[in-house]
Design a protein. Structure first.
Length: 190
């Protein structure tokens, strides 16, 4: 079994510019590439697990989203050639989607742990030895539900309320760690 670090994207690795602009105007946080490279050199697999309601709202197609993810990965590698992401998992669904085919109550939309569980199956990940890093409580709940240790990055939308979900969970869920800069993750994840 292998260890992994699961990263939310918007608000953790990239500046969260809002639903409409997050796909069109990508800005990496300064520590993103080096932090990913450090985690890889420490023996962790690297996954991005991200809700992308821009698809459900009809603002971006899944093909455009995948193109954007390729640019995102390329930008990481330009900053640090060891900043390799093993897989990006995304959820295009939303319970109130504009596009009916995406208006589903799925298992992949965080706070549900579906994306993390899928990565664990596909890559042989030991979730108890892994970490979920996110800005929102949604990310922390998903990580805890999957059995990971959780790190809340106090960037992005960490103060925002809960997103729309049908998942029942303990609303007092707290992260195992809090950081104010992604680079601090190097002191936690071992």
């Amino acid at each position: 079994m292998r260890r992994a670090v699961f990263f939310d994207r918007d608000g953790v690795l990239t500046v969260d510019k809002g639903v409409e602009r997050n796909i069109r105007e990508m800005e990496l946080y300064p520590a993103a590439a080096d932090t990913i490279a450090f985690m890889r050199s420490s023996g962790f697999l690297i996954f991005v697990v991200t809700n992308q309601p821009v698809v459900a709202r009809g603002l971006v197609s899944e093909d455009d989203l995948r193109d954007h993810f390729r640019l995102f990965e390329r930008e990481l590698l330009l900053r640090n050639p060891d900043a390799v992401v093993d897989m990006i998992y995304y959820c295009p669904h939303h319970p109130s989607a504009n596009l009916e085919r995406y208006r589903v109550l799925c298992e992949c939309r965080k706070p549900k742990p579906g994306m993390l569980l899928r990565a664990a199956r596909e890559f042989g990940v030991d979730l108890a030895s892994s970490y979920m890093v996110g800005d929102r409580i949604t990310d922390i709940v998903a990580g805890a539900a999957a059995g990971c240790r959780t790190v809340q990055c106090l960037t992005g939308k960490h103060d925002d309320g809960l997103i729309e979900t049908d998942m029942v969970f303990d609303r007092n869920t707290e992260p195992d760690y809090r950081i104010v800069n992604l680079g601090e993750l190097k002191e936690i994840v071992r």
